[in-house]
Design a protein around this ligand. Structure first.
Ligand code: 6YU
Length: 429
């Protein structure tokens, strides 16, 4: 500790920027290499609609109490507004608002599934094998005995889980379902975009964009990082590329990664959550935060969750989500096709007179070569220890950060941010 080190940080997402910020502020010689032509990674504010800067990646600060991102947002002067998951209007498959009776049954099943998941977590102590969210949930609600209409309501509950955790109900581990630590204080959104936070963090850092890293050589004394345009040597490297990029094997490590790290990379899950913003000539939906549609049983996940973005942007915009299997599938289809399908759902609910959207923005996080998914989840067959294996440094020279390395707050901006600070501390001692 104390000596000035040279450090290469791979990736200018929030994890890379937080590591680079901490190391630069402590006087180390830091260079960030970023594949894309922009900073921010999975935080990305679009400038397509100048009067409505919408977020294509992360939206919320999840829990403002004690959240370092809330502190950064304040320092960056970024405006935030509170949102709640409870302010939700739910529509049945027929397009009508669900009645109190259905709402009560949904609540009953939600509680039954939550209790079954809590029980599955306790099983970690014994020898019972882990099971998927779907099998535990279906058992908890006595699925096979349910009438079709009730099955659709339960499927839409599972769909909520898929949206939150981005993995499919068949792949989400029930035992390690909720190992993430939830912060209190409520969630907030950024009306002018999350990008203010990454812009603020980047001030004064050395970032080289357009540098796709394809090789990390740690066979000598230091580390040599090779990109498509050149080679860079340093005492340390901090790798912050997403889990999906590590899984794709596009970065070669010489010597290769140890077995526990390779296993962690292979077994942890990288999920999908895509967004679809539709901009209309005027609003035609009620003024609640969320609008939920219960899809037909044979169309699970289809256009089920919408945010009333007019509340955030002050413009007539809806934000729909596609997660897990449906998200991955939608990335193979054309925008025209997806918008038409979304509109069919919206017209089922709000009537045939609903106008076509003026414009749309649709994300493809899973096919993006520098993301290869939205965020990580605890997949059946993985254990939380694997996140520690993913995070562990190699020979005090190669350090790993990024949301997937944070055992408690994976899948979040603050988890990624904290992982960058952890990697910086490994270097400064
Ligand atoms: C959060 C949220 N959120 C939505 C969506 C996504 C994510 N998250 P990065 O990838 O940022 O950086 C790595 C860099 O490396 C990157 O710049 C690359 O370009 C670069 N790179 C890659 N390969 C390279 C190479 N070879 N060479 C060089 N560079 C290379 N988190 O806190 N709040 O709202 C959301 C959301 C669509 C995609 C999110 C959210 C996750 C975060 O975005 C993510 O963890 C961090 O940004 C990762 O940072 P990083 O630095 O680790 O990686 C009714 C009702 C019910 C309620 N339902 C709720 C449903 C909604 C649930 N959740 C929504 C979550 C959202 C919207």
């Amino acid at each position: 500790a104390g000596a000035r080190r040279s450090v290469i940080v791979v990736g200018a997402g929030i994890a890379g920027l937080s590591a680079a910020r901490a190391l630069t502020d402590r006087g180390h010689d830091v260079m960030v290499l970023e594949a894309r032509d922009r900073i921010g990674g999975r935080i990305r504010t679009s400038d397509q609609w100048p009067d409505a800067p919408v977020d294509l990646g992360a939206s919320w600060i999840h829990g403002v109490d004690g959240n370092p991102i809330a502190d950064l947002a304040r320092r960056a002067g970024a405006r935030t507004i509170p949102t709640g998951a409870d302010d939700n209007t739910v529509y049945g498959t027929d397009g009508h608002r669900v009645g109190q009776d259905s709402a009560d049954r949904i609540e009953h099943w939600r509680n039954a599934i939550a209790a079954a998941l809590a029980e599955a977590q306790d099983d970690a102590e014994d020898e019972t094998p882990d099971a998927s969210l779907r099998s535990v949930a279906e058992h908890a609600v006595n699925w096979s005995a349910l009438p079709e209409a009730d099955k659709a309501l339960v499927a839409s509950l599972l769909n909520d889980y898929e949206h939150e955790y981005s993995g499919s109900a068949d792949e989400l581990s029930s035992r390690y379902f909720d190992d993430d630590a939830k912060l209190r204080g409520g969630d907030v959104l950024f009306p002018a975009g999350y990008g203010a936070v990454t812009d603020y963090l980047t001030r004064g850092l050395t970032v080289r964009t357009g540098q796709v890293v394809d090789r990390v050589d740690w066979s000598g004394a230091g580390v040599t990082v090779t990109t498509t345009t050149g080679s860079f040597a340093a005492d340390h490297v901090v790798i912050t590329v997403p889990l999906g990029v590590l899984q794709s094997g596009t970065i070669e490590f010489t010597p290769g990664l140890p077995e526990d790290k390779s296993t962690a990379i292979a077994k942890l899950g990288m999920g999908v959550l895509d967004k679809c913003y539709l901009r209309f000539p005027h609003t035609f939906w009620p003024d609640t935060d969320w609008l939920t549609y219960v899809p037909a049983l044979d169309k699970p996940g289809h256009w089920a969750q919408w945010i009333n973005y007019a509340r955030v942007a002050g413009q007539p915009i809806l934000l729909g989500f596609n997660a897990a299997g449906f998200g991955r599938d939608s990335e193979t289809r054309s925008d025209t096709d997806l918008v038409a399908e979304a509109m069919a759902t919206l017209r089922t609910v709000y009537g045939p007179a609903v106008p076509d959207p003026l414009d749309h923005q649709i994300t493809c996080w899973s096919s993006d070569p520098y993301a290869r998914g939205s965020y990580s989840f605890n997949k059946l067959g993985s254990t939380p220890d694997m996140r520690d294996h993913l995070a562990a440094d190699l020979a005090d020279r190669i350090h790993f950060a990024g949301e997937a390395t944070d055992r408690m707050s994976f899948g979040t901006v603050h988890g990624a941010y904290n992982s960058g600070l952890r990697a910086a501390a490994e270097i400064t001692g």
